[in-house]
Design a protein. Structure first.
Length: 499
């Protein structure tokens, strides 16, 4: 029976400048926004030279998340998506902050790569603008990174994320709000250098219209309209006038821009420098600003998961094809895993987590991708690709979990590989890995023949396998493999008993 979709869905974006939350009602597949919250936390300003997030910034961020948490704390886990971006990718002490943040929100927080951020931003913009057959360039200036995407309709084609944002550029070139012509020249040159390797890809002749997303570009758009420096979105001519005006001032507090939110003052100059460098480098003359952004993209991605169009499954399939895996063998292993999971339904931890069957399916699909690189040690190659690839839809935590399961699916079995996984996976991943190991072992001959109706139980560190009478004696290779497997598992404190 298909599960009933949730009535309320929510997305939270823990950006480097602002934290955003959107809450929507979901009725008959249609979305209606019922609540929006935004707070300027300036997470990126709390990073020191060693990329440690200071305690005062953490306190400010957690106070904001307590407020957000009041709105979403009691929503079911499958109706909420929360992501962290550039600063939480960079901060060396992000893990300790995330533990407190997850407690405040009562939901897990997933750290996403810059490329995944770009994909979600494009989804949010495409949703807010509706269908369009033309090629769009989408730009989003965040607090710590800037994303550039070219896409058609709802499909992003080229995606890049550059390590510069309104907070980081403002902190580097306009310290304490100081402005000067020289500071702008240096900030623009820095942004142009970051863009240089990607200029060809995002040049004007590669797209039909430019769309801006994010608070920085919305703020620039507002100022240009209010000053009559542009009446059609953000234009190159308008940016030149804005830049000339800013360069004459000595401090952000001198700015006479009544339409600029005072909260944005400390990071405005950095955003303008990035926007101007982008227009100049890519040959942009005019850009329309969209309401859609990362959080709307998260909602769209969440809807895909709710209605069985999970982008992660499409990514896993594409990866399996790219690395020429044996689809028939993957299917056999999936069947065997399914047979095992059905018998373990008394294990509360297994079936309190709806993600487990899905992750096991992806593991079955992808565990052999490393064979395309080298047969020897292929499990290590598979794990490396999964941990380090840009995999659409997968968060950093998703990739680390999948990589750990696949890395340990054969040969030596070390529990140390699982210690750094986020809870509850650090506890559950060893058992999931053992399930994959047994499925791979039992399907080692790669034949279509049906396996016998074996019984399995997995209680704490004891695994019991029972085959029909006489089957093991007629399958000496499987018997030998099980003896070897029992030795591997014993070294990690597990007892495998079979008969």
């Amino acid at each position: 029976m298909q599960k009933k979709p949730p009535e309320i869905v929510a997305a939270v974006d823990l950006g480097s400048n602002s934290f955003h939350m959107i809450v929507c009602s979901l009725k008959d597949g249609k979305l209606q926004t019922i609540d929006r919250l935004k707070e300027m936390v300036r997470l990126a300003s709390g990073l020191d030279k060693r990329n440690i997030l200071n305690s005062s910034t953490q306190t400010r961020a957690l106070a904001c998340l307590e407020r957000f948490g009041q709105r979403i704390r009691n929503l079911p886990s499958d109706s909420v998506r929360i992501v962290g971006t550039n600063t939480l990718r960079t901060a060396k002490n992000a893990d300790q902050f995330l533990l407190k943040a997850e407690k405040a929100l009562n939901h897990p927080i997933h750290i996403i790569s810059g490329i995944e951020e770009a994909r979600l931003i494009y989804l949010g913009v495409a949703y807010s603008l509706g269908s369009n057959a033309g090629l769009r360039l989408v730009m989003d200036i965040g607090g710590g990174s800037t994303e550039y995407i070219i896409g058609t309709g709802n499909t992003p084609n080229d995606k890049e994320s550059l390590n510069m944002g309104c907070v980081s550029v403002s902190n580097a070139f306009f310290k304490g709000g100081q402005l000067s012509k020289n500071a702008f020249t240096e900030a623009i040159l820095f942004a142009e250098q970051q863009l240089e390797p990607f200029e060809q890809k995002f040049q004007r002749n590669n797209w039909d219209e430019a769309i801006g997303s994010s608070g920085s570009l919305r703020a620039i758009d507002k100022v240009l309209q209010a000053k009559n420096w542009s009446n059609n979105g953000i234009t190159m001519a308008g940016l030149e006038q804005l830049l000339a005006y800013l360069s004459q001032c000595r401090h952000v507090n001198e700015l006479q821009l009544p339409d600029l939110d005072p909260e944005r003052l400390p990071v405005f100059a950095g955003g303008v420098a990035i926007a101007y460098a982008t227009f100049k480098s890519l040959g942009i003359e005019q850009m329309t600003v969209s309401d859609g952004a990362l959080r709307e993209g998260l909602i769209q991605d969440l809807l895909g998961r709710i209605y069985d169009h999970d982008i992660r499954s499409a990514t896993a399939q594409a990866l399996a094809e790219r690395y020429h895996t044996d689809k028939d063998q993957a299917f056999r292993i999936k069947q065997t895993i399914s047979h095992i999971l059905k018998q373990l339904d008394s294990e509360e931890w297994l079936f309190n987590n709806e993600d487990i069957p899905q992750f096991m399916e992806w593991a079955a699909e992808l565990h052999e991708i490393g064979r395309d690189i080298a047969h020897s040690q292929y499990h290590k190659h598979s794990a490396y690709i999964i941990e380090n690839g840009d995999l659409a839809g997968f968060s950093r935590q998703d990739q680390l979990l999948l990589s750990a399961i696949i890395r340990m699916h054969r040969r030596k079995f070390s529990l140390a590989r699982f210690h750094d996984l986020p809870a509850p996976w650090n506890v559950h991943a060893p058992c999931l890995t053992i399930i994959l190991r047994l499925a791979v072992l039992l399907r080692r001959n790669r034949h279509e023949d049906d396996l016998p109706d074996f019984k399995i139980s997995l209680v704490k560190s004891k695994i019991q396998l029972q085959f029909p009478s006489g089957w093991l004696s007629q399958s000496p290779l499987t018997h030998a493999d099980l003896i070897q497997e029992a030795d591997y598992l014993k070294a990690a404190g597990f007892a495998l008993i079979f008969s």
